[in-house]
Design a protein around this ligand. Sequence first.
Ligand SMILES: [Zn+2]
Length: 199
Amino acid sequence: MRRHRQSEPNERCALTIHVQPRSHPALVLNADFRPLSYYPLSLWSWQDAIKAVFMDRVNIVQHYDVEVHSPTFVMRLPSVVSLKTYVKPSRQPAFTRFNVFLRDRFQCQYCGSDEDLTFDHLVPRARGGQTTWENVLTACSPCNLRKGHKSLREAGMHPMHLPWRPTVHDLHDAGRHFPPNFLHESWMDYLYWDTELEP
Ligand SMILES: [Zn+2]
């Protein structure tokens, strides 16, 4: 059973994953001390993290310098927790708006712009095009408008890359160029290290 709550996919066109540092999220590691997921980064609210501690599902690995007080206990908020039971990680990255942007490196696939980004259906929806990894790509609004309901040939437009289904590894590669805007220092030991060791 997977009980982890993941951060919301980024709904806006921005280069950063929005993590609220003041909400003191806990980075959730699998029992092998790798993050449970990278995209999105596995984070729990401090409330969920504490619940999991009391349910004996996780070990506390690191703390914030912040305490919560209740009538019966005082506890430092965990900044990193690890699951006691190993969960098989998903091999498929989630199909989210953020991950599509990340795959396409936050660039319009038609003109290369990194502003005013939205999504384009290669085969337009009006013609039965699906919202899938293989048919959705990052486009700026002007290119998206220009293409409209036309096919690539009709529009005379050529994407840099045809959309594809990325692996976690692909996103990891892309993610190193677009790190989240807030990473607590206690998370650093658990992020990115596995790719840096690759030849
Ligand atoms: Zn464009």
